[in-house]
Design a protein around this ligand. Structure first.
Ligand code: GCW
Length: 666
C-alpha cells in the first residue's frame, strides 16, 4: 500500500520484529478506561486504534479492569508532581499504568506510551515521566475565510468555513489527534490579518463546531481579532479602546463567545502593524488595547495574546529596533491576562536571525515565542529544511538578562522571572494537501515544534530520529542517515541563500528565490539593499554604535561578543557589521572568499543531500521516496540559482574573482 503521508507520525504500522511484538502483546490484553470525560475516552480510543495497528490484533476496552493483569490501565490520581498536564507511565502490579493528575495528563501519557512502542522501545520496564515546561502551546493558522492561507504552501485551508457547522470533515479529528500527540493545547484557526467576520454570530457557530472536535483532545480554541471590529461589524463610530461604548461592545461580544464556546481560550491580536488597525489609530498604545480586551474577558478563563511584530508605517530608522522601542517601555503596563507574542528574531522569520532583543528585556511581561513552521523564507514546501535546529538556536541563545544562563527558553517558560503563565506559538504549515504539509519532510517541523513546546530541552537530533522512526522507517542505517540529513539541512539552506548573516535579500512579496538587487519598493525596508548595504568597501548592516546601534538593545555581554567582528559568530556577522571585502574573518579567509565559499559549498551540499536520500531508498515507501527525491532536484536547481544570482550580484561591488578553489558557474 502506498504511503500518501496522511497518517503523519501516527501510522501505527505493525511492529516488524516478532519478538518485540509478542512482548508488547503480553502487556496489552486489555485497555482499562475508567468512566470520565471525553478526553479519557479519546485516550482509550487512541490506544485501542494504535495497538490494533502495532500488534495486528484488536485489544478490548474494559471499564476499570480491577484485579486483572497484563493490560494497560488508565488512571487519574491526585499527584501534585504531575501538574495539570503531566503523566507517568510505569509498570505496577503486572499492568502498564498510564497516570495523570487530570484526564488531559492521561491523554498525553497515552500518546507517550504509543510513541514509546512506535519507536521500538521495551515495554517491560517502561517508565515515562514528563510534564510540559510551557503552559500554552499554540498553533497559529493564518487561514482566511475564503479558503486561502497566508504564506501557506500546502494547498488551501483545511477549514471549510462554508460547510461548517453542519459538515464536520473527519479530517478535523485527525488534526486534533496529531496535535494532541505532540502536546499542542491551543489553536487559532484564523489569520492574524483578521477578518471581522469571525466575530459574527454566524461564524461563532462554525468556530464552536470545530471547538467541539478539539475539546476531547485537550485543545482550546482562540481567535485572531480585527481591532476595528466594533466599527466594521458593531455599527460603532470608533474602535478607541478607551471609549465606553467600544468597551461595552467587546464585553458583550466576549460573553456571546463564551455562550457558544464555554472553554474559549482568548484573543490573538495583530494591531498597528502592516496596515492592520489598532489602538494607535486613536492615540492609544498597545497596552491600552490589550488591557481593554483583558477586561472584556472579565471572569472568563481566557487570555489576550498581543503580537509585538510591529514596525512603523514610515520609518527612516532601523526596522530591527522598532518592536523593541514600542514594547519595552510598556513592560509592567500590561494586565495580568496579557501575554506579548514575539517572533524569534527582530526582522521576520529569516533563515537565520539573532534572537529578538525583547527576550530578557521585559521581565514583568510573559513573552510568547512565535516561530514559523510554514517556510515563508525557507523554500516553501519545495526545499527540505528541518526547523528544529533554528528553533533550538533561539531557545538556547543567552540573553544574560539575569546573568549567564538566562536563555530565551528560560524567559519563555517563565522560570527566569517567575511568571505564572507561559506560552509558545508556531505558525502552522498545514493545508488541504493529502499529506498536510506539501513537502513530506515538513511534517517533521510540525512534529518537532510541538515536542519542543512541551519540552525545549529535547535535542533536534533526538526529535529528527523519533519522527523518522514513527513516520518513515525503522531500519537503523536509514534512520541515522535521515536524522543526519535533517539536522544539517537548515545550515545548508542558509549557506546557499543567506550566509554569514545576510538577510532579507529574497524575492519581493513572494519571499521566494533571490533578489539581492531590489532597490525600490513600497517602503525602503521592503528592499534588499536596505539590509545588505553592499558597496565598494564591503557588505553588511552596521548595527554597532557607529551605525544604527541596534546592538545596544542587547545585554552588555551580548554586545561585547557581537560588537567585535573578531568575536561575533560568523553566522551573525553581517547582521551587525559592514565588513570590508578584503578583511580576513575569524575563519581565516577574506570576507569575499568566505562568502563565495559558503554559497558554493552550500549548493554542493544539496547534491550530498540527494546522495544521502538515494541511499535510504530501499527502506522507504517508494512513492514517498520519489516525491522527496524530485523535490531535492528542484532544491538543487534553485540552490544554484541563489548561488549564482548572489555571487554575481555581490561581485559587482567586490570586484574580485572567485577564489581559485571554486569552479566558476558554467
Ligand atoms: O512575515 C510577514 C508576512 C506576512 C505576515 C506578517 C505577520 C500575517 O510576510 O504575510 O502576515 O509577517 O507575521 O504578521
Amino acid at each position: 500500500l502506498a504511503d500518501d503521508g496522511y497518517r503523519l507520525w501516527l501510522k501505527y504500522d505493525q511492529v516488524r520484529d516478532a519478538g518485540q511484538r509478542k512482548a508488547y502483546q503480553k502487556q496489552a490484553n486489555f485497555i482499562a478506561v475508567p468512566s470520565g470525560s471525553p478526553v479519557l475516552q479519546a485516550a482509550g480510543r487512541e490506544l485501542q486504534n494504535g495497538l490494533q495497528g502495532l500488534l495486528g490484533q484488536s485489544v478490548p476496552m474494559v471499564g476499570e479492569g480491577k484485579g486483572s493483569k497484563g493490560g494497560i490501565v488508565l488512571s487519574v490520581a491526585a499527584n501534585p508532581e504531575l501538574g495539570q498536564e503531566g503523566y507517568r507511565v510505569s509498570t505496577q502490579g503486572g499492568n502498564v499504568v498510564v497516570m495523570g493528575a487530570t484526564d488531559k495528563g492521561v491523554l498525553y501519557g497515552a500518546f507517550a506510551l504509543l510513541r514509546h512502542l512506535q519507536t521500538g522501545q521495551s515495554i517491560s520496564a517502561v517508565n515515562l515521566n514528563s510534564k510540559p515546561r510551557i503552559e500554552y502551546r499554540f498553533l497559529n493558522h493564518w487561514d482566511n475565510p475564503n479558503g486561502t492561507v497566508e504564506r501557506g504552501y500546502a494547498g488551501s485551508s483545511i477549514w471549510k468555513w462554508q460547510e461548517l457547522p453542519e459538515v464536520i470533515d473527519p479530517r478535523y479529528q485527525d488534526y486534533a489527534r496529531a496535535n494532541a500527540s505532540i502536546g499542542i493545547n491551543g489553536v487559532v484557526f484564523n489569520n492574524v490579518n483578521a477578518s471581522a467576520r469571525f466575530l459574527t454570530a454566524e461564524y461563532l457557530q462554525k468556530v464552536a463546531a470545530l471547538a467541539n472536535v478539539m475539546r476531547p483532545y485537550g485543545i482550546r480554541v482562540y481567535m485572531s481579532v480585527l481591532w476595528a471590529a466594533p466599527k466594521v461589524i458593531g455599527g460603532l463610530q470608533t474602535s478607541d479602546p478607551l471609549d465606553p461604548q467600544v468597551r461595552r461592545w467587546w464585553t458583550a461580544k466576549t460573553d456571546e463567545i463564551y455562550k457558544v464556546i464555554p472553554d474559549f481560550g482568548g484573543f490573538l491580536v495583530k494591531a498597528n502593524s502592516e496596515g492592520e488597525p489598532g489602538p494607535q489609530d486613536y492615540g492609544r498604545n498597545h497596552a491600552d488595547g490589550a488591557n481593554m480586551l483583558a477586561e472584556a474577558l472579565g471572569q472568563h478563563d481566557g487570555i489576550v495574546i498581543w503580537r509585538a511584530f510591529v514596525y512603523k508605517a514610515n520609518s527612516n530608522g532601523d526596522r530591527f529596533k522598532e518592536a523593541f522601542q514600542e514594547f519595552q517601555p510598556l513592560d509592567g503596563k500590561f494586565a495580568k491576562k496579557v501575554l506579548v507574542q514575539v517572533k524569534n528574531g527582530p526582522i521576520d522569520f529569516q533563515a537565520r536571525e539573532p534572537f529578538h532583543p525583547l527576550f530578557g528585556a521585559m521581565p514583568k511581561t510573559p513573552l510568547v515565542l512565535e516561530v514559523q513552521l510554514t517556510q515563508e523564507y525557507l523554500g516553501f514546501a519545495t526545499h527540505l529544511v528541518y526547523l528544529a535546529p533554528l528553533i533550538k538556536e533561539c531557545l538556547e541563545a543567552d540573553t544574560y538578562a539575569k546573568g549567564p544562563g538566562s536563555t530565551v527558553a528560560k524567559v519563555v517558560d517563565g522560570t527566569i522571572d517567575n511568571h505564572a503563565i507561559s506560552g509558545i506559538a508556531g505558525v502552522a504549515n498545514i493545508g488541504s494537501d493529502r499529506n498536510w504539509t506539501g513537502h513530506p519532510v515538513s511534517q517533521a517541523n510540525w512534529y518537532s515544534y510541538g515536542r519542543l513546546a512541551w519540552d525545549h530541552t529535547l535535542t533536534s537530533q533526538a526529535l529528527a530520529e523519533e519522527w523518522t522512526k514513527m513516520t518513515l522507517t525503522q531500519e537503523p542505517k536509514a534512520v541515522s542517515t535521515i536524522t543526519d540529513l535533517l539536522t544539517k539541512s537548515r545550515d545548508i539552506y542558509v549557506r546557499y541563500t543567506t550566509p554569514l548573516g545576510l538577510h532579507h535579500i529574497m524575492g519581493q512579496s513572494i519571499h521566494y528565490g533571490p533578489e539581492p538587487w531590489l532597490e525600490k519598493s513600497a517602503r525602503p525596508d521592503w528592499t534588499s539593499i536596505y539590509y545588505h548595504k553592499a558597496d565598494a568597501v564591503g557588505l553588511g548592516f552596521n548595527r554597532t554604535a557607529t551605525g544604527s546601534n541596534a546592538l545596544g538593545l542587547y545585554a552588555p555581554q551580548v554586545q561585547k561578543q557581537w560588537g567585535d567582528p573578531a568575536t561575533c559568530p560568523p553566522n551573525y556577522l553581517l547582521w551587525f557589521h559592514h565588513v570590508p571585502w578584503t578583511q580576513t574573518l575569524s575563519t581565516g579567509q577574506t570576507l569575499w572568499n568566505e562568502l563565495t565559499t559558503r554559497y558554493y559549498t552550500g549548493a554542493d551540499s544539496v547534491l550530498w543531500m540527494q546522495q544521502q536520500w538515494a541511499q535510504v531508498q530501499p527502506a522507504l515507501d517508494a512513492e514517498l521516496h520519489a516525491d522527496v527525491a524530485s523535490r531535492l532536484r528542484i532544491q538543487y536547481r534553485e540552490a544554484l540559482w541563489w548561488r549564482d544570482a548572489c555571487v554575481l550580484y555581490f561581485q559587482q561591488y567586490a570586484k574580485q574573482p572567485l577564489p581559485p578553489t571554486l569552479t566558476p558557474p558554467s
